[in-house]
Ligand binder design. Structure first.
Ligand code: PEP
Ligand code: MG
Length: 535
């Protein structure tokens, strides 16, 4: 038995025989070609064929892994048409009087190195895409039509590295797991494996493993080659437990969130960006109850532009079709620090300049975000939610700013909808004046993470205090009840989007209180549905 540690990039357990993935022989020979014009024409024809192949692959990926992940093949098409790439190949053909295959291979090496040397992890991962498109062109130039698919029945596929095309062209029913020596968790191959629900490991420094039986533990990043009987039994049991849990939950897809006495509740998903939509749909969430928009800012080196934000919000809205998408405006500060905001050091950041307070002080940033959200509202069922509210004055000022933004859009003939506006209830102040606040807004969503922190005066980030941080504290539960009652009195729908929403020991209590919606991580949607149906 040999245990090799790697990096788990897609969870799950697989047991089976390993098959080393071998590419078709792509060794490119340098051949002298007098007629450069003809080589350039061959290169141009190969680009056309390659793009047609990519269209087919895009359709396959669209069916199997969704639009967002299929988009990589659109990117490949653009790369094939990239001016610098084409210019480099044609230059080599013209100046060195060589065959198109050789010119593509050298261009590929040059661009691959360039991407590899980039600081940015995302750009680095694009080196694999350059290799992918170049290999495709070389294969087409060699008149080889079939993608290399030397996969036998149901195997663990091991490879030095896998390109996105290779990953998606494999028959997912025959692949038990992916194990690669290289590749980052940022790479599309890892993302695709996750979306295909196939366990995957990278950074596995394996030796002679072809044909051997192995266990892939995608959770712990472990490859166990030729496992002992005992180890094997342990993992077979784990795998069976996992399977039956998933099957049981999957049976709940398409079912209502309804108690046995007929009470219904909405179960939505919390997301951090476009990348979470697949999981949201896969788990059959009824909508998005909290889009933490600050992740768009956290993932950037500078303020995201209106256009960048608009595209993200629009993509989410379109993918969710007519389902509700609640976008929370920027909630940074406290534990979420962003360098380019140049915020001062504070003694008490959780009680400092954060969330809506920053937006009201930096109206330029706030307006850009509101413009992006309102523009995206024309493409789906979007609502806006404001975090960390403590007063009526704040909400009145916010609404005034939102009106100004709408007027600007109207003047520019840019379409938008009159979206619903709601607030997070996450401060005791908001709880105590929830009846008054309810008259100003359309809905509430209770942020139990912060509400617990501010009610119990316990820093939610401080591990030493975790024994005291009790979201089941009667004060917190009483507050939730009070907010539901006050919200309903004033015609507001009331949801919960803090972590407590996923606590199934409280689901019955929430339903009894009359909570309208629970918003949880996508992977918890079906578990909460199960809890509701068990009431
Ligand atoms: C909360 O405070 O409960 C909440 C949902 O917001 P966040 O965790 O992003 O602060
Ligand atoms: Mg919060």
């Amino acid at each position: 038995m040999e245990r090799i540690t790697g990096k788990g990039v897609s969870g799950g357990i697989a047991i089976g025989k390993i098959s080393i993935y071998k590419r078709s022989d792509n060794e490119v020979k340098k051949v002298f070609k007098d007629n450069s014009k003809e080589e350039i024409k061959r290169f141009s024809d190969s680009r056309q064929t390659a793009k047609e192949e990519l269209d087919t692959l895009y359709d396959k990926a669209l069916r199997e892994v969704g639009r967002e992940n299929a988009a990589i093949f659109e990117v490949h098409k653009m790369m094939i048409d990239d001016f610098d790439y084409i210019e480099s190949v044609e230059n080599i053909i013209n100046t060195q009087k060589v065959n198109a295959e050789y010119a593509v291979a050298r261009t590929s090496d040059k661009f691959y190195e360039m991407f590899q040397n980039m600081e940015d992890e995302y750009m680095k991962a694009r080196a694999a895409d350059i290799k992918d498109i170049s290999d495709r062109l070389i294969r087409v130039l060699g008149n080889c039509n079939e993608l290399c698919q030397n996969i036998r029945q149901s195997v663990i596929v091991a490879a030095e590295d896998l390109s996105p095309s290779e990953t998606v062209s494999m028959d997912k029913n025959k692949v038990l797991a992916f194990v690669t020596k290289y590749g980052s968790s940022n790479s599309h191959t890892a993302i695709l494996a996750k979306m295909m629900n196939i366990p995957a490991l990278t950074n596995v420094n394996y030796g002679d493993i072809d044909g051997k039986t192995a266990i892939v533990d995608g959770y712990q990043g472990l490859l166990i080659v030729e496992p002992h009987e005992e180890e094997l039994e342990k993992y077979i049991k784990k795998q069976e437990e996992e399977k039956s849990r998933l099957t049981l939950l999957k049976e709940l897809k398409g079912r209502e969130n309804i108690t046995s006495d007929g009470r219904k509740i909405d179960i939505y998903a919390n997301i951090g960006g476009v990348q979470d939509i697949e999981m949201t749909l896969e788990n059959d969430a009824g909508g998005i109850g909290l889009f933490r928009s600050e992740f768009l800012y956290l993932g950037n080196n500078d303020y995201p532009t209106e256009e960048e934000q608009f595209n993200a919000y629009k993509t989410v809205a379109e993918n969710m079709a007519d389902k509700s998408v609640i976008i929370r405006t920027l909630d940074i500060g406290a534990d979420k620090r962003i360098g380019y905001f140049n915020l001062k050091e504070e003694d008490n950041p959780a009680m400092g300049l954060r969330a809506i307070r920053i937006c009201l002080k930096r109206k330029d940033i706030f307006k850009t975000q509101l413009r992006a959200i309102l523009r995206a509202s024309a493409y789906g069922n979007i609502s806006i939610m404001y975090p960390m509210i403590i007063s009526l004055e704040e909400i009145r000022e916010i609404k005034k700013i939102a009106e100004e933004v709408k007027d600007e859009l109207k003047a520019e003939n840019i379409p938008y909808k009159d979206v619903k506006q709601g607030i997070m209830i996450e401060t005791p102040a908001a709880v105590m004046i929830s009846e008054e606040l309810g008259r100003e807004v359309d809905f509430f969503s209770i942020g139990t993470n912060d509400l617990t922190q501010y009610t119990l005066a316990i820093d939610r980030q401080n591990d030493d205090l975790s024994d005291f941080y009790n979201p089941h504290h009667p004060a917190v539960l009483k507050m939730i009840k009070m907010v539901v009652e006050n919200g309903h009195k004033t015609g507001c729908l009331v949801g919960i989007c803090g972590e407590l929403a996923a606590d199934t020991t409280l689901t019955k209590e929430f339903v009894d209180m009359g909570v309208d919606e629970l918003s949880v991580s996508p992977s918890f949607v079906l578990k909460v549905r199960e809890a509701v149906r068990n009431i």
